[in-house]
Design a protein around this ligand. Structure first.
Ligand SMILES: [Zn+2]
Ligand SMILES: [Zn+2]
Ligand SMILES: [Zn+2]
Length: 142
């Protein structure tokens, strides 16, 4: 049993269940965003689609993972980092996401933030997503 899975779930008041352990392990194994179809195919028949969906929803609500913007219709998620907790005492995702056109993987750029957006009077800001596309450092040096 991986100790960090246990401690992550415990820190977010979640009971350890097999689907949670399984799905969290997928995120810990990869340094980039995972698509919902990838997660579904990785857990294969072990966890049904509804449970995958519910587990991802719970992880998002608890601040373990966050939704990542994508230029396709597919939902992508990435592991939250300590940077999500910083700032004004609430969990936030104002960092830039980077999608590599070569390896097709999307990653969080935790130390690059979306510039402050000023909206016209009468508009209420909820959230901003920024997906930057280019060639990542690994593909660039390859
Ligand atoms: Zn987060
Ligand atoms: Zn790449
Ligand atoms: Zn992110």
């Amino acid at each position: 049993m991986n100790i960090s899975i246990k401690s992550i779930l415990k820190a977010h008041d979640l009971r350890l269940t097999e689907p949670r352990e399984h799905i969290l392990q997928l995120f810990l194994d990869k340094a980039y965003a995972l698509s919902q179809p990838y997660i579904e195919s990785s857990v294969n028949a072990a966890i049904d689609r509804v449970t995958v969906y519910r587990t991802l929803k719970t992880f998002v609500e608890k601040g373990i993972i966050h939704k990542v913007p994508d230029d396709t219709e597919t939902a992508h998620y990435a592991l939250c980092s300590p940077a999500c907790e910083g700032g004004h005492g609430h969990h936030h995702h104002d960092h830039v996401h980077f999608k590599c056109v070569s390896c097709n993987l999307t990653q969080c750029i935790d130390n690059v933030h979306i510039p402050k957006i000023t909206l016209p009077t009468g508009y209420q800001f909820l959230e901003a997503n920024l997906l930057v596309q280019g060639v990542c450092d690994k593909c660039h040096s390859a």
